[in-house]
Design a protein around this ligand. Structure first.
Ligand SMILES: Cc1ncc(COP(=O)(O)O)c(C=O)c1O
Length: 395
């Protein structure tokens, strides 16, 4: 059994999540753990900690490229965990996924082209489209009593528009927690192929699939579809290695791959991170069991929150968590504005989640809770929420 109980040392001196908490409320009492930004409050897997120590014992940190052993570890992981067959040359080791998305936008579109995004959506997708001077085409997901689904009619209309050249797709979807079915993926691929829309398939959360849910790597849908996409993978969410900024961008289409590598070189980003690659290699080689235990803890936390809401505040709904460790919760029943809800959370309940509006207009009234933390943190958070709700909302 691994340790998913001990709180790691994180503070406002260097952790974005903690800094954000104190920025939002400098008077927050001691001992509060924020549930925002997507990193984990678990201590790192011992295999990675000890392996990095050994790696550093007899090596330098000079300029380093990906070793054969590194590629093998990535290929084996993708085959074993995802039934996803890779050839070495399709893998472009890269720094962060967001950086790679920026480079991919440059590689497959030109200024003014439309980029389709399904909202609510991870904010850096929209920011990257803006920064690279492309046009954001927002297609909100449909949300009803059955949960979230893609608005295929609106999507197809948008794909037919000749200037819309790219879809940034997210599977599992941050923030709504959906793992798209094979049928949904097939439809997305078909529409994109029929209309010459390239796909950036962000699968950074694809190892974090909840028990009973099946995830399909989009590229496995068909040979034709696999040539029309770049699949963004990384060990960062899975093993809490975000600070090492290491990803593997898988691009089967050689023309696109060459452009992607070219745009990295243009930005003077030819290097890779030696410690990031070693941590990725160690994780993929030796941390599968750690991951399985981690997923079980996240799933238990999700069940705890859902049950807690059902029992104590039935007006609040947590959407089913199919993948990621980010629980999307609907607080609209309280009838608060975005400002009022945020103010209640950070000033009254001392809960530092990600506000729904950050994910676009359709996220208004929702909160995204990060469940990758010890169970006692989730229990404390829920108790605080209930106390504040009874004091200020239902007086
Ligand atoms: C969907 C998605 N893509 C990318 C990232 C960030 O990736 P990176 O830190 O590798 O840039 C995140 C982080 O939360 C994410 O949720």
């Amino acid at each position: 059994m691994y340790d998913f109980v001990t709180n790691p040392v994180s503070d406002a001196k260097s952790s974005y999540k903690y800094k954000d908490m104190y920025d939002r409320n400098p008077d927050v009492p001691d001992g509060i753990v924020p549930l925002s930004i997507a990193d984990m409050e678990f201590i790192i897997a011992p295999e990675i900690r000890e392996g990095i120590g050994k790696y550093l014992a007899d090596r330098t940190l000079g300029y380093t490229f990906a070793s054969e052993d590194y590629y093998e570890a990535v290929i084996e992981w993708m085959q074993k965990r995802h039934s996803y067959h890779l050839e070495k040359e399709w893998i472009a080791p890269s720094d962060g996924v967001v950086t790679a998305i920026g480079d991919l936008i440059l590689s497959v579109t030109k200024p003014g082209d439309g980029v389709i995004v399904f909202s609510p959506s991870y904010r850096p997708f929209r920011r990257a489209v803006d920064i690279k001077a492309r046009k954001l085409v927002d297609i909100p997901l449909i949300f009803d009593e059955n949960g979230y689904r893609i608005d295929f009619e609106a999507f197809e209309e948008a794909a037919k528009e000749i200037s819309n050249k790219l879809l940034i797709f997210c599977n599992p979807h941050n923030p709504v927690g959906r793992v798209w079915t094979k049928e949904e993926l097939q439809r997305v691929c078909d529409i994109c192929l029929a209309n010459d829309v390239f796909i950036i398939d962000d699968e950074i959360h694809n190892d974090l699939i909840m028990p009973g849910i099946t995830h399909t790597v989009m590229s496995t849908i068909s040979g034709e579809a696999s040539m029309n996409m770049a699949v963004c993978t990384a060990p960062s969410k899975t093993f809490n290695l975000s600070a090492l900024q290491t990803s593997n961008i898988i691009i089967k289409n050689q023309e696109v791959r060459d452009k992607f590598i070219g745009s990295r070189l243009e930005g003077f980003r030819s290097g890779t991170n030696a410690l990031g690659m070693e941590a990725c290699r160690l994780a993929y080689r030796s941390c599968e069991k750690w991951l399985d235990e981690c997923i079980a803890v996240i799933a238990d936390n999700a069940t705890y929150v859902r049950d807690f809401f059902a029992k104590n505040m039935p007006e609040i709904k947590a959407l089913p968590l199919e993948g990621t460790y980010l629980l999307w919760c609907d607080f609209r029943a309280w009838g608060l504005s975005d400002n009022e809800l945020e103010n209640f959370m950070v000033k009254k309940a001392y809960i530092f989640a990600d506000e729904g509006y950050v994910f676009g207009a359709s996220g208004s009234g929702f909160e995204r809770l990060n469940l990758a933390c010890p169970e006692n943190v989730i229990r404390d958070t829920m108790e605080r929420l209930l106390r504040a709700r009874n004091k200020y909302i239902y007086k």
